[in-house]
Design a binder for this molecule. Sequence first.
Ligand code: TXA
Ligand code: MG
Length: 327
Amino acid sequence: MIQRNAASRPGRSVETRRLGPEEVEAAAAILRAGGLVAIPTETVYGLAADARQGQAVARVFEAKGRPRFNPLIVHVADAEAAFALGRAGEDARRLAAAFWPGPLTLLLPLREGSGLSDLVSAGTGHVGLRVPAHPVAGALLRAVGGPLAAPSANPSGRISATSAEHALAGLGGRIEAVLDGGPCAVGVESSIVALAGHEARLLRPGGVPQEALEAALGRPLARGGGGFAAPGQMASHYAPRGAVRLDATEPRPGERMLGFGPVDGDLTLSPSGDLREAAANLFAALHALDALGGPIAVAPIPDRGLGRAIRDRLARAAAPRPEAKGS
Ligand code: TXA
Ligand code: MG
């Protein structure tokens, strides 16, 4: 399937190839040549570039329409490859042992001579590292044999992609290929934990619940930005075109209802109130309601486990929308 999107980049449209999960080698060849490929991970699809090629990384920002150079998460095949790029202490090793491969990003002090493009850490002195659990992502990382920088594969500020179709709809015509690995099992982005000195700070709730992170660390996580620049943590993000209203028990006239548990809707995140199921369905449901247009009301989601990541994404989808959008 070829998709063109000439309107968004007049005269500079590229053909976007759709690759099957067995075409990992073709995807690796595109990445080595400095091209962009949307890739499956267990959380959401990522828009990948070779993290060592500055021009390829710069194109990621251009393709997403990102207003500025936010730092990007670097994906690697295993913890050893991660700790060659960022300096790991005991906390990092403990969290990596417990949750990698998996939906956890560790923000570590960047090692000198890492070989990463400066755009990846955007002058923060830290690098975000993740070992994804998706088998196709793992095979691709081994085939490329190096780090891949990948933000979520959605146009800046819009709803994240949890299928190859979402990634094609958002970025078709701007990237060389989409590698189809099926729908994402987790469905919300990775939890981001920043480690510096003796501090461990949760910068973004995500696919590993805070309770599980704290159990592995043996102490509570600090919350909030702290001294970390997290320019992607802007209030408005994941935005459908229509307004979003949270903690609604029934729709107002004209609203589409997104249900959960006992609160029924036009669509429901999980009829049984299962937070894992709800996370996996979240972005596909927002895409579907966005396609119908109009305002969206969302049922209450409990503030525990994966519910925290779901509530975080919904709050950003509901936030007032400034000019500059997030990642
Ligand atoms: O699950 C995920 O994390 C997905 C998949 C593709 O891996 N990726 C993802 O990337 O959500 P992105 O760019 O949409 O969100 C990453 C967030 C951004 O808010 C960015 O600002 C922050 O992580 N970040 C990355 N590296 C950072 C750094 N060195 N310092 C501060 N913040 C950083
Ligand atoms: Mg994102």
